[in-house]
Design a protein around this ligand. Structure first.
Ligand SMILES: [Cu+2]
Length: 409
């Protein structure tokens, strides 16, 4: 035990010495040069690296996303790419419906140049070949990330967390949308969309389809959904080839000594599918080639955020779709590429075996306007998390005295 502890301490020191070398080596397989790369080490030693560009339709696109820890300094690929696949906005009045990504686009003229005030303590970046600084990169403190008061050792271990944050703003009609990706020092990836700007001045309706926001009961601003669909292409540990699993913990109906007995079922999703959430149900994408030092395959879990499902269109009914990766399958709906043939994600799901899965993640937000939305509107957020599961054999941010704790003590 003592030998293992001192070896771990040595490894930690070696890891700290290695960090500058990692910084220089970066990802030799990355498809971008320094001008389109964000590579940053957070205070805890976690280093995220990725390529970025602005797509005229989907806005901010991140590619070749990799993570390295002080305790595991070799960068490991997590994502091939992530971007929005659609933003559908139907109004409850039945009078208006927009598809902001395919009809207008988050890039091009919609992409807003950011002032220094919008990116405090961060760096503003222009896309390769562009002049306008549209991307804000910051390292945000996220509060207490881990704590243990080890009474035997009389030591308190605490750590403040940090996220690397990339954010752009797209002005589409009356709304101003914040596209944000957060990369946590513990490996979590958060994708979210914020909406601010102004309510549409053209969408006032009957009382039952909206909310009175002017004096008295006259001016009913129409309620509406913001149905966001993200396209997530995984590349776990850079090996290529992942499988998808659904996990459900279900009560067996049997009682143990003190509590109900539940059982965890793993259901492989071998072919393209539309998936719908249920209590205690979640999904993960699992590497078929890469294991951690415990021998467990590396994976990432999907944690859906709170959302409102828009059931009036078939494309927005499932929570998640998994499809085999095809470059031409770019948008969740109104995919008009004539080479592609399929126009929507429901057509992409046609029985193909999944060897390179893409996840289409839907998070809807039903916005019932309120007096405070005038003006400007307070930003409302929607999104989801991707959490590492067995990417490393133990907590990659463990204090050195706890680095050897792995399994039954
Ligand atoms: Cu809204």
């Amino acid at each position: 035990m003592r030998l293992r502890a001192s070896l771990a301490a040595l490894a930690l020191v070696a890891g700290m010495i290695l960090i500058p070398r990692v910084a220089q080596a970066e990802d030799p397989q990355a498809r971008c040069g320094a001008a389109s790369m964000v590579a940053q080490t957070l205070p805890g030693g976690t280093r995220w690296r990725m390529c970025w560009h602005i797509d005229p339709q989907t806005g901010l696109v991140l590619e070749d996303v990799s993570v390295a820890y002080r305790s595991a300094p070799e960068p490991m690929r997590v994502l091939e790419s992530i971007t929005l696949g659609q933003l559908n906005v139907p109004y409850d009045s039945g009078q208006t419906e927009w598809n902001d990504i395919t009809s207008f686009g988050f890039g091009g003229d919609a992409m807003q140049e950011l002032t220094g005030r919008e990116c405090p303590d961060g760096s503003r970046r222009a896309p390769y070949g562009g002049a306008a600084r549209v991307l804000c990169v910051t390292a945000d403190a996220t509060g207490p990330a881990q704590r243990v008061n080890d009474t035997a050792e009389q030591t308190l271990y605490t750590r403040e967390g940090h996220d690397l944050v990339l954010r752009t703003v797209s002005k589409v009609g009356w709304y101003e949308y914040l596209t944000e990706y957060r990369f946590g020092d513990g490996g979590r990836i958060t994708a979210r969309l914020g909406a601010t700007g102004d309510l549409s001045p053209n969408d006032y309706t009957i009382a039952k389809a909206g909310w009175p926001i002017g004096e008295g009961q006259q001016d009913n601003a129409a309620a509406h959904h913001h149905n966001a669909i993200w396209r997530v292409d995984f590349d776990l540990a850079g090996g290529g080839g992942e499988r998808v699993e659904q996990l459900d913990s279900t009560p067996t109906g049997r009682q143990g000594r003190n509590s109900a007995i539940l059982e965890l079922t793993r259901t492989p999703i071998p072919a393209e599918a539309n998936l719908t959430t249920a209590n205690r149900r979640w999904w993960r994408v699992v590497s078929t080639t890469s294991v951690n030092t415990d021998g467990h395959p590396r994976s990432y879990d999907l944690a859906l955020g709170a959302g409102d499902v828009y059931e009036s269109r078939p494309e927005t009914r499932p929570d998640v779709s998994v499809t085999q990766q095809r470059a031409c399958e770019k948008f969740a709906t109104f995919n008009l590429d004539p080479e592609c043939g399929a126009r929507s994600v429901l057509q992409y799901v046609n029985g193909e075996q999944l060897t390179d899965p893409v996840m289409w993640v839907r998070i809807g937000f039903h916005h019932v306007p309120r007096d405070e939305d005038q003006s400007p509107m307070h930003t409302h957020w929607q999104g989801f998390d991707l959490n590492p599961r067995d990417f490393t054999a133990t907590n990659p941010l463990a204090p050195s005295a706890r680095a050897t704790i792995n399994g039954r003590p």
